[in-house]
Design a binder for this molecule. Structure first.
Ligand code: PEP
Ligand code: MN
Length: 287
């Protein structure tokens, strides 16, 4: 292994805990589940999702406003209008939000309005972007590149850490292989290896790994059994109508069933599901 000094454990028990909003810590005993659509489409869509997540173990909301699409002709995200929707829902429901940053000049606008910046797979080796989020005052969710080795993944994290941001969460989201039945191959071996190698939290995205919604719940359960610290899962009020990644989006009732099914698995591996802070103790629902 190439010397990745900051990302590598210096002691077997060393671990970094990364906050996502005021009530959730990724890498702690509680499993963090982040849910939401591939793309922020409307205030009604995001409101319905946020209401569904209230008083459940789903701790945070995802949704892209700047979308990295394979085709330049595909919908590229709502941009500033999408960010406004995300910020409104974050404020009203007290739900932390994660969204992808694609360019250095987006950081300044996104940073004050989100709780975590996602670096997508296609940008895992965009070194200038990694250096820039390394200087941002916000935690970073770093997704594994489509065909990145574990060493390359850790060196990408090293860029962020070495530029001053210690709050990095790694995300295994499947890697390219020869079989096209699944969109990617979920590399659970990498999850186990990363948990041994690095002190950073490791979460799993079964949605982009599977590419098919019927595969997502079992892969999510397998990820928790393998020691993942959390999950990021795509879901939508009308999955078939999602503007992007419709084939892998879970319906909201399926998302809730899936999260419930994680509890005994989490317990079996010495973890628990995150549980919401009682409404009376916070200002979760405001404005
Ligand atoms: C996403 O999270 O919607 C996304 C584009 O993910 P990835 O970068 O893993 O493909
Ligand atoms: Mn997606």
């Amino acid at each position: 292994m190439h010397a990745a000094t900051l990302a590598i454990k210096s002691h077997p028990d060393q671990r970094t805990i990364v906050p996502l909003g005021p009530h959730l810590s990724i890498g702690d005993r509680a499993i963090a589940v982040i849910g939401g659509p591939c793309t922020v489409e409307s205030l009604a869509q995001m409101t319905q999702i946020a209401e569904t997540f209230q008083a459940t173990p789903i701790a945070a909301l995802r949704g892209g406003v700047f979308k990295p699409r394979s085709s330049p002709y595909a919908f590229q995200g709502l941009g500033a209008a999408g960010l406004e929707i995300l910020a409104t829902v974050r404020r009203r429901y007290g739900l932390p939000v994660v969204t992808e940053v694609m360019a250095i000049n987006q950081i300044e606008t996104l940073a004050p309005q989100v709780d975590m910046l996602q670096i997508g797979s296609r940008n895992m080796q965009n070194f200038d972007l990694l250096k820039a989020v390394g200087q941002a005052p916000v935690p970073v969710l770093l997704k594994r590149g489509l065909s990145a080795t574990i060493e390359e993944f850790l060196m990408a994290a090293e860029y962020i850490l070495s530029h001053g941001n210690p709050q990095v969460v790694l995300c295994e989201r499947g890697i390219r292989s020869f079989d096209t039945y699944t969109r990617n191959v979920l590399d659970l071996g990498a999850v186990v290896a990363l948990k041994q190698l690095t002190h950073l939290p490791v979460i799993v995205d079964p949605s982009h790994a599977a590419g098919k919604r019927e595969l997502v719940p079992d892969l999510a359960r397998a990820a928790i059994a393998a020691g993942a610290d959390g999950l990021i899962i795509e879901c939508h009020p009308q999955p078939e109508e999602s503007v992007s990644d419709a084939r892998q989006a879970l319906a909201l009732p399926t998302m809730l069933e899936l999260v419930d099914s994680l509890a005994p698995i989490a317990q079996a591996v010495g973890r628990c599901l995150w549980s919401p802070v009682p409404a009376a103790a916070t200002s979760r629902v405001a404005a």
